[in-house]
Design a protein around this ligand. Structure first.
Ligand code: ADP
Ligand code: ADP
Ligand code: ZN
Ligand code: ZN
Length: 797
């Protein structure tokens, strides 16, 4: 079913709306917004543009979406509200004409290993019903096909209290689930690789342990094993008797006396599990983290072969296909299989399932399988999966808010995304999109351009109106809308290459490729063609390679660009030196913290069932510090004022004069270099977008000695004008002797490459091959691939 057919060609003309059909924002002042007043037509597609940091998110997410959520919360009874976070009203004078807002963002899906593409949508639930009705043999209710439900059969005595008498009563309980008992529905089992723990040709006395920190003879942990009496300390481990080995590896905790001291003895495996594996991996020291990564191996569960399902659940089939087989198929193939099931008894179910699966295909995700762990999806893929629910929804008059829906999409895929957004609009919804790609801006009914610059230099509406008017007008966005870069006259030559041989990660078809070093290489291909599989799954990850992606940065809500980049250290020291006090005072995470909010600046309300929210601490007014700390100054500013500076301001402040701090200045320069000059240095990391996080990581790694940088779509979140700056940065990296490999769809970046590697021709099993390698000029001349055609049109246009 093609989408074009579903899109109503008779959709009302833009701007036909009368004044009753407007969302009116008057006097918005969130973050950098300067008293913004705009009118947004309802049931139309409005695109918000502007350089990054200009205030798009502040207007769309922090004002419009936030107020809608707050108003919805207010409709609950006082009793229910008591359990809900009280949301602060956004800084805005008037907001009217709001409808319910649904935000579809790029937040990755939870890292819950039991969540899959199928469970995150309704697809698995529908398949379970289907199998419980049609599967042969018949094995029970839908839950019998669920890997998240364990089979339980319990019977025994329960005590019942009646008045002051208690009496035992027999009870039985049973439930049929489909969970594989071996891996508990995870599909994988973890194993500890014993060869990483000790050298079995040695005895404990000879120093058999190879665990970091477990070397020294005098160390208690080691002594407990040697002196426990359970094993012979002078016998090589490989010569242990069965009993010795069992006690050594799995012994239950017991008290032992070693050299007169009472200690606890426990088998090596549980000991390792407690002392290394139970801890947050990201928080470990790098060499210990490396040990944990070596020692713990995940293998496909041998019992269920990775399907997560019990044997019973897998035995029940429809036309020779089990539910596990169905979930392992690429969704587009599954859609065809379901289409072939003609079964009047379940016709409505088949229709609903069919529609959901078709939505995946239409949205460009037909190459995924339902059993794909949700945590492994990219930000763009996650956003499109979340869209699936809404496409099928019959709600109308909803305001949908999207954050860069084209992230991760090849020019070829953008067309399809555009059709989906128009379809949502044509169902009677208001669609608000923050977006940079000209291909998407082009379909807007209405454009709101924010700027002109970032941070304090932005926050104003530079333009409102149609795309034609934007093009004709004189804003940065308007001027760049029809930008066409040309390919470079000369490209850099490379002598060396990173050789990849026989790569088979995910869909890769035994790929052999030489990635040239010392140049800018761009890896292209439609979504799902295998780009990430190639650069993340096949490039050897050693010290020479730095991979900078958009994944969330681990750390507390107190982390901010200053703490993350190490900038805060020299700043604290400079404050301490000038004022003759301890550096720790200037840390909102330690001594200097406001006692009311413990230095968070906000009071968090966490609710299991709803997204938690933050309200500003009334004591320190969000400044995070104890009032006494704010009496100390550096260059005329207190620490909270410094943390409220943008990177650009701070770069000037620490660059010269009274506050001159070279160590801080160096870090700030790098942040400016990656285009983050507008970020506030004390802004919580949780408020950064994926693209901003990536550029922050890049800035942190710029001083590293690594030779190869691998970047994943670094233009995400960047305005056309920002892209030029990014290209300059990549050039500087290459000119300083580094090799840069980027996965990108932005055509300006492709055109700027020295070398292009194009994967395809399609997605999933239709991709995974190298369809082109060479210079951009050759790619255009060839026009033999989708990327080549699009790039030719782009530079030619
Ligand atoms: P855009 O979406 O156009 O990239 P934003 O609305 O995210 O821009 O940011 C506008 C300005 O507000 C920037 O200077 C940014 O650093 C600042 N800002 C955004 N979110 C916060 C926040 N939670 N706290 C403080 N400053 C913020
Ligand atoms: P691209 O980066 O070009 O969008 P990917 O390398 O992410 O493509 O995906 C290539 C193929 O491999 C797709 O069919 C995708 O579903 C599959 N794939 C990618 N990552 C995983 C994973 N972690 N587990 C299973 N399949 C995956
Ligand atoms: Zn299993
Ligand atoms: Zn406080």
């Amino acid at each position: 079913m093609s989408m074009a057919k579903r899109t109503d060609p008779q959709s009302p003309a833009p701007h036909a709306a009368d004044s009753h059909d407007l969302i009116r924002v008057h006097g918005a002042r969130e973050n950098n917004l300067k008293d913004v007043s705009i009118q947004i037509p309802k049931r139309r597609l409005t695109v918000f543009t502007g350089v990054s940091g200009s205030g798009k998110s502040s207007l769309v997410f922090n004002t419009i979406a936030a107020e809608s959520q707050r108003l919805i919360n207010e409709t609950y009874s006082a009793f229910v509200q008591g359990f809900m976070p009280s949301l602060a009203r956004p800084e805005v004078d008037v907001l009217d004409g709001l409808t319910t807002v649904i935000t579809v963002d790029q937040q990755r899906m939870g890292a819950d290993p039991r969540s899959t593409v199928g469970t995150a949508t309704d697809a698995n639930a529908m398949l379970r019903i289907l199998f419980s009705r049609l599967g042969k043999p018949h094995i029970g209710p839908p839950s019998a096909y669920s890997f998240n439900t364990a089979s339980v059969k319990a019977s025994g005595a329960i005590t019942v209290e009646r008045g002051n008498k208690t009496k035992a009563q027999k009870a039985t309980f049973s439930r049929t689930g489909g969970m594989c008992v071996r891996c508990e529905g995870r599909g994988a089992v973890s194993d500890i690789d014993l060869t990483q723990l000790y050298d079995d040709s040695k005895s404990l006395a000879e120093g058999a342990f190879t665990i970091p920190g477990w070397k020294s003879d005098s160390q208690w942990t080691v002594q407990v094993y040697a002196q426990s009496g359970f094993v012979d300390p002078d016998k090589p481990i490989r010569e242990y008797t069965k009993k010795e080995l069992r006690d050594f590896l799995y012994g239950e905790p017991v008290k032992v006396k070693v050299n007169g001291v009472n200690l606890t003895y426990e088998g090596l495996i549980p000991k390792i599990q407690k002392s290394f594996l139970a801890k947050d991996k990201e928080a470990l020291q790098p060499h210990i983290r490396a040990f944990v990564e070596r020692a713990v191996t995940f293998t496909t569960c041998p019992e269920c072969d990775g399907t997560r399902l019990s044997e019973g659940a897998r035995s029940s089939k429809i036309k020779r296909i089990s539910i596990a087989d169905a979930c392992a198929m690429e969704i587009r193939d599954l859609a065809e299989w379901v289409r072939g099931l003609k079964e009047p008894s379940v016709a409505p179910l088949l229709t609903a399932l069919q529609q959901t699966l078709d939505s995946f295909v239409e949205i460009g995700l037909g190459y995924l399988a339902l059993d794909r762990p949700a945590g492994t999806l990219s930000g763009g893929e996650a956003q499109r999966v979340k869209m699936i629910r809404h496409l099928g929804s019959s709600l109308t008059d909803v305001t949908y808010v999207f954050d860069e829906p084209t992230a991760g999409l090849h020019p070829h895929d953008i067309q399809r995304m555009n059709e989906l957004l128009l379809r949502l609009r044509d169902k009677g919804n208001t669609v608000l999109v923050v977006e940079h790609k000209p291909e998407m801006i082009a379909i807007a009914d209405h454009v709101v351009d924010l700027g002109p610059g970032a941070g304090t230099a932005g926050g104003a509406v530079c333009f409102e109106g149609t795309v034609e008017a934007l093009r004709a007008g004189d804003t940065i966005t308007g001027r760049h809308l029809d930008d066409r870069t040309t390919v470079k006259e000369t490209v850099r030559e490379s002598g060396r290459a990173l050789k990849i041989r026989g790569a088979t990660a995910n869909n890769l078809r035994d790929v052999d490729i030489d990635i040239p070093l010392g140049v800018l290489t761009v890896v292209t291909g439609v979504a799902g063609s295998g780009k990430s599989s190639l650069v993340h799954g096949s490039i050897p990850a050693d010290e020479g390679v730095i991979s900078v992606d958009q994944s969330p940065i681990k750390g507390s809500r107190r982390s901010n660009p200053a703490t993350y980049t190490g900038l805060l250290d020299p700043i604290r020291k400079a404050f301490a030196k000038v004022n003759g006090v301890k550096p720790a005072l200037f840390s909102a995470n330690s001594e200097g913290a406001c006692p009311t909010c413990n230095g968070a600046g906000v009071i968090y309300t966490d609710l299991g069932m709803m997204a938690g929210t933050a309200t500003t601490c009334e004591d320190c007014e969000g400044k995070r510090f104890d009032a006494s700390v704010l009496d100390y100054h550096l260059g005329g500013r207190d620490i909270s004022e410094v943390l409220a500076m943008s990177v650009t301001e701070a770069e000037e402040f620490f660059g010269a004069g009274e506050a001159h701090t070279p160590a801080a200045h160096r870090i700030l320069e790098r942040l400016v270099d990656v285009g983050l000059g507008y970020l506030t240095i004390g802004q919580p990391l949780t408020t950064l977008s994926g693209g901003e996080r990536q550029r922050l990581k890049l800035a942190t790694h710029m001083g590293d000695k690594a030779g190869v940088y691998v970047l994943d779509e670094p233009t995400t979140g960047l305005h056309l004008a920002d892209v030029e700056q990014l290209l300059g940065l990549l050039d500087r990296l290459v000119d300083s002797g580094k090799s840069v490999i980027v996965v990108e769809h932005h055509q300006a970046v492709m055109a700027h490459a020295d070398w292009i590697i194009d994967l395809g021709p399609g997605a999933g099993h239709d991709g995974g091959r190298i369809v082109f390698e060479g210079t951009p000029a050759d790619l255009i001349a060839d026009r033999s691939t989708l990327t080549g055609e699009h790039l030719a049109a782009y530079v030619g246009g």
